[in-house]
Design a protein. Sequence first.
Length: 320
Amino acid sequence: MPTRKLISVVVPAHNEEGNISELTNHIIDLFKPLDYSYELIFVDDGSEDNTLNEIKLNARLQSNVYYVELSRNFGKDYALKAGLALAKGDAVITIDADMQHPPQLIKKMLNYWEDGFDVVYTYRETANKHAQIYQRITSKLFYKVINALSDVKLENGIADYRLIDTKVVKQLKELDESEIFFRGIVKWVGFKQIGFPYTPSKRHMGNASYSFFKLLKFAIGNIMAFSPRPLYVSAGIGLGFAALAILYFPYILISYFEGYAVPGWASLIASIEFLGGMQLFLLSVIGIYVGKIFAQSKNRPSYIIRSTNIVTAARQELDF
Ligand code: UDP
Ligand code: MG
């Protein structure tokens, strides 16, 4: 009898108490009739509530449920990265802990995978009814900007709910980027991909972890991390204004020789201020990139694990 394929389900969790057992039970029920082995890996991303204890409780009850405790809150993408690094499956499925990603869609993902697709991703079908108005606006704007600025196209509302074949996971692990934006990078690696829409459910318990400013920081950070194009755009704007200034120069000369230079003072000051503002803006764009080079050059790990019950080859070696 051929051995069954192993599916790793990776769940990032930040303050998700009350949701862990719910999701675990759904996953167990879902895999019961299916001909796959599976492991369920929860990555606790620095939760301040009872999340980790709930995960550990489930890990004690089920031999294929694992916990990975990060040393602090690193952010969802880093929790996913940690989970992917430890997943052993022939395919890895990433899913939110709060039941907003309907678990029954996993079957559909597995079918596509068996048909030969390497990545099966999902995107929100309709405007997210459960999101706040500011979340909807930032989300829309975020996808507009990132699509305009990068080479890969991201569907509006593309989710971190996807299946990734082990060969793609291997490629993702080899990327040596300290800043990771999974939704972009998974598209960027290519392979055979297919996406389908889903309707998000209501959050089971608790609140979303992202505040307005966290979302804004996330959006700007990810756009900058994913694309060098803002640098080109800013250089273009800078050049454009420099050209305008050159066109303006004859007017300044004429007004000087015609003797009405002093009335021109106001427009001069206005343009100096405007150009000064532009320069500050362009410098800050460049500054953000320099900051990112600085962060990467320090070569810090992008996450730190405090504890886990997953035994890896490296850890086994250490034990001997
Ligand atoms: N999450 C995380 N670290 C964070 C924020 C969120 O691991 O810093 C997890 C969270 O527990 C959930 C998923 O990422 O499983 C999505 O987060 P949330 O529901 O807060 O966001 P939204 O539904 O608005 O995308
Ligand atoms: Mg959510």
